[in-house]
Design a binder for this molecule. Structure first.
Ligand code: GUE
Ligand code: MG
Length: 285
């Protein structure tokens, strides 16, 4: 068997076209959604991601508000820049690009964002809403993965899903999302404390690798016909490398690759969160 590709790049383009129409409808009501980004330091990867987000915004008609700060920025300065975006009516949603450099703490910064403007869905209040099953912005990567599977006809209800990685932005919220009634999957969450990862992945209908360890998932760890979703991105001299080894294509039914899989979907879900928030503001007027 050679796996089919879960094409996140193509699906993201479709979603952006849909969002463009929703943004045009908002414009008729005099509302322009605005995405803010706070980027601290000079990590080339982070700069490239943020550039991509603003390129997406331009395509869809969302206004961009870019805040760039040096790596030497103090916590007090960062806090005041976050509060400015909280208070800026032109900014309907924003993100603080992670990881923050040096001693600046990611969790601390996320907690300063107005939960109503939290385009990442990573504020403690919004993660709490996810736990409770209440409406709120959803974390972009988990939401992008669910959307990528759903729009390719891959059923989640009753599926055995093995997630590798317990990070705050992917693994942990993904487990919460997949076990909601509306998704109804059975989830095994593996991490560095897992004794035998392969024992769990081999049972799974869907394997989602978000460990950031190149080639971690090999063909012998995957049940024939399983769906494999790569979330790990490691930059090497040869380019971007995912957590899923190319050999997996010989046993899996579908693979979401790196690049071109979950990454573009993450960006599309960020835009979706911003547009949904602007629509909520419009209907509240
Ligand atoms: N507050 C915050 N929110 C995030 O959502 C967030 C973050 N911080 N910090 C870093 C991670 C990582 N992340 C990616 C987004 C898009 C691609 C993406 O578009 N990847 C392309 C390739 C891009 C390239 O060539 O570098 C692809 O996989 O095809 C990848 C990774 C969002 N993150
Ligand atoms: Mg830090």
């Amino acid at each position: 068997m050679t796996a089919e590709t879960l094409d996140g790049k193509a699906l993201a383009a479709t979603i952006k076209a849909e969002l463009k129409e929703r943004v045009a409808a908002l414009a008729e009501q005099g509302i322009v959604p605005g995405l803010g980004t706070v980027l601290v330091g000079d990590d080339p990867g982070s700069h490239s991601y943020v550039r991509g987000k603003h390129r997406d915004c331009a395509q869809v008609g969302i206004a961009s508000i870019e805040v760039e700060l040096p790596a030497s920025t103090s916590a007090a300065e960062l806090e005041s820049r976050i509060r400015e975006l909280n208070d800026d009516p032109a900014c309907t949603g924003f993100i603080v690009q992670l990881p923050l450099p040096g001693a600046l703490d990611d969790g601390w910064a996320l907690g300063l964002v107005d939960p109503g403007k939290d385009a990442d869905g990573l504020h403690p209040v919004n993660l709490g809403r996810l736990v409770l099953g209440e409406p709120g912005p959803l974390p972009c990567t988990p939401r992008g993965i669910v959307e990528l599977l759903r729009r390719n006809g891959i059923g989640l209800s009753g599926a055995e899903v093995c997630v590798i990685g317990r990070g705050t932005t992917v693994g942990r919220p993904l487990g919460l999302l997949l076990t909601r009634k509306s998704e109804n999957a059975t989830v095994t969450l593996c991490h560095t404390g897992t004794v035998d990862v392969a024992e769990h992945t081999r049972r799974a209908d869907i394997v989602i690798a978000a460990a950031g360890r190149p080639g971690l998932i090999t063909a012998d760890m995957v049940k024939p016909g399983a769906v494999c979703v790569d979330v790990g991105i490691t930059r090497t001299e040869a380019g971007l490398v995912g957590d899923i080894d190319p050999s997996v294509r010989e046993v899996a039914s579908w693979v979401a690759p790196v690049p071109g899989g979950v990454g573009p979907m993450t960006r599309a879900m960020l835009l979706t969160n911003v547009v949904e928030r602007a629509e909520a503001l419009a209907s509240a007027r």
